[in-house]
Design a protein around this ligand. Structure first.
Ligand code: URQ
Ligand code: ZN
Ligand code: ZN
Length: 470
């Protein structure tokens, strides 16, 4: 099976140039001007469009069992929606219950993900600690290509990882050449503030951001960063939403510490006024953690992305329909936390990033694809346009526009936090390992086409940190 993608402008994280691409058996076989189509090859005319590496979303939760329900996008519907927006790989999360075997949870998630329409990897969360966790981390890293382990510093009495487990797991990550990542919110403070607010009679969604002020995120981010500093491991902070967390990252980086930051499209664009909307469904539809912040935090996050203190963009795609969110109608602490985004991330970053002059097209590729591939051990198989790489390719129309709406999106959820926004920059074609899964509005995602991504431990960033430890 081969395809000639003709006449486009190839844009990668470094540069752009006019070139044809020949795809053979799911991989890029040739990149040059004037390529001839082999007999029997399909030909796709890129016209005036760009050809970019398929987007990588390093933070999704398809069909996550959480807060008494299950996220409404599963591994097929969620990855199919991603393909419709130009995202061709995800890194999702295995989240064991406390005391649950990591290998048992991993096997469960692997089973769920077999129906995926695009390729997927897993971060594995450390939600408890004993010697079996230590051993399972080794098996996962050495035999199953798990190159990163997640630590939720929030969600007390559920999946929260205390400092003892954090230090033990970070230490184990160093032994394995794996990257620790954190959800940085102080779960003890959140728990205390939630109780206080409910006791004061503040039970609506407006209580959600009040229970998770920026300082709660800033403290946890700095704590995780300093633990990583003392132990000598790189660190990746997911969904940085507050200036205080960004400042902690920037300071550490300025001191020479290797800390990576991730920012969600939602935190770049949505502010906390949504929680004061009197319509419960609207306000609850925006309940995720960390919460959306006042606008000045967004300006800081954009500046952090431009300055290189934030490296990847993601969505934390973990969506719940209105009836699910209604579980918290009388108590905001019961509203399932999470929002959608996988279908809209790329267009939003193009429109508000490149369209505003904050990002060049190559910087857009870097923060939507290449950095995630390099940080999480998938490069250059993913995140690159080079011979031998997977043919995860997107034809990108930089001027076409579309209006985002739950009434038209492909995500399996009845709400969209970007509802009504008209954005420029549209994926017109998405190839996943050479399969054309999205073409001019026709979603042809194939259930089960996605493959599990075994990711490499001990990458360049890990090796550099090992040298600094001496
Ligand atoms: O915290 C996360 O990343 C998961 C549980 C999704 N929910 C959320 O509110 N971010
Ligand atoms: Zn999180
Ligand atoms: Zn998450």
């Amino acid at each position: 099976m081969s395809t000639l993608i003709r006449g486009g402008t190839v844009v990668d994280a470094e540069t752009s140039c006019r070139a044809d691409l020949l795809v053979v058996d799911g991989r890029i076989a040739a990149i040059a001007e004037g390529l001839e189509a082999p007999s029997g090859a399909a030909v796709v005319d890129a016209g005036d469009r760009l050809v970019i590496p398929g987007g990588i979303d390093p933070h999704t939760h398809m069909q996550l069992p959480f807060m008494g329900t299950v996220a409404s996008d599963d591994f097929y519907t969620g990855t199919a929606a991603g393909l419709a927006g130009g995202t061709t790989s995800i890194v999702d999360f295995v989240i064991p219950n406390p005391q649950q075997s990591l290998m048992e949870a991993y096997t469960t998630w692997r089973g769920w993900a077999e129906k995926a329409a695009a390729d997927y990897g897993f971060h594995v969360a450390i939600t408890w600690w004993d010697e079996s966790v230590h051993a399972d981390m080794g098996t996962l890293a050495r035999e199953h290509g798990v190159a990163s382990f997640k630590h939720f510093m929030a969600y007390k009495n559920a999946i929260m990882c205390d400092d003892e487990a954090l230090v033990s797991s970070f230490t184990r990550c160093i032994e394995l050449g794996a990257l620790p990542t954190v959800h940085a919110e102080n779960g003890e403070l959140v728990f205390r503030l939630q109780k206080q607010l409910v006791a004061q009679g503040i039970t609506g969604p407006e209580g959600h951001p009040l229970s998770r002020p920026p300082a709660v995120e800033g403290e946890a981010a700095n704590r995780a960063i300093r633990i990583a500093e003392v132990l000598g491991t790189p660190l990746y902070v997911v969904h940085v939403s507050a200036e205080q967390a960004l400042e902690a990252i920037a300071r550490a980086r300025g001191e020479g510490q290797r800390v990576f930051g991730e920012v969600l499209a939602g935190h770049l664009l949505v502010d906390d006024s949504v929680y004061r909307n009197l319509d419960f469904t609207f306000a609850a539809g925006h309940v995720m953690s960390p919460p959306f912040r006042p606008r000045h935090h967004q300006d800081a996050l954009w500046a952090g992305l431009q300055a290189g203190h934030l490296h990847t963009t993601a969505t934390d795609h973990c969506c719940f329909c209105a009836p699910q969110k209604a579980a918290g109608r009388d108590n905001f602490t019961l509203i399932p936390n999470g929002c959608a985004g996988i279908e809209d991330r790329m267009s939003l970053l193009w429109h508000y990033g490149v369209g505003s002059g904050r990002l060049t097209p190559s910087e857009f590729v870097r923060v939507t694809s290449t950095n995630a591939a390099q940080i999480f051990g998938m490069y250059p198989r993913k995140g690159a346009i080079r011979i031998g790489a997977d043919a995860d390719l997107v034809l990108w129309d930089p001027v076409a526009t579309r209006t985002i709406s739950a009434s038209t999106h492909h995500q399996n959820v009845d709400f969209n936090i970007f509802e009504g926004r008209t954005v420029s920059g549209v994926a017109t074609h998405s190839f996943t390992r050479g399969l054309l899964a999205w073409a001019d509005g026709d979603l042809r995602a194939v259930r089960g086409h996605g493959q599990y991504l075994k990711r490499a431990t001990g990458g360049a960033y890990i090796e550099a940190s090992a040298k600094r430890r001496g």
